[in-house]
Design a protein around this ligand. Structure first.
Ligand SMILES: [Zn+2]
Ligand SMILES: [Zn+2]
Length: 94
């Protein structure tokens, strides 16, 4: 369980970096990105509230603020980072 938390924190760090990178702006409206947030939110909710606090809050608010009309299917992005990370996360959960 602790391993999973560290892993989720690591993905969260990568998301923050992605947000700072103009090259990946389009990925922040990609359905892969919201799929990833959804998985993270689900897993974090199962953990002790204290353990996941700020990260969970941020993920939930980003997820809830999504604008359905703006979300597009994956553009491929020559490896879309959120899609890659979702695959990593799913592998971890097995
Ligand atoms: Zn993308
Ligand atoms: Zn994508």
């Amino acid at each position: 369980m602790t391993g999973l938390k560290i892993f989720l924190e690591n993905i969260y760090e990568r998301i923050l970096e992605l947000k700072r990178n103009d090259k990946y702006k389009k990925c922040l409206n990609c359905d892969c990105y919201f799929g990833l947030l959804y998985y993270m939110k689900e897993e974090l909710s199962k953990m002790e509230a204290r353990a996941s606090g700020e990260m969970l809050k941020d993920i939930i608010s980003t997820f809830n603020k999504r604008k359905e009309g703006k979300i597009h299917q994956c553009l491929g992005c020559d490896l879309c980072p959120p899609a890659e990370w979702t695959t990593e996360l799913i592998r971890k959960l097995r």
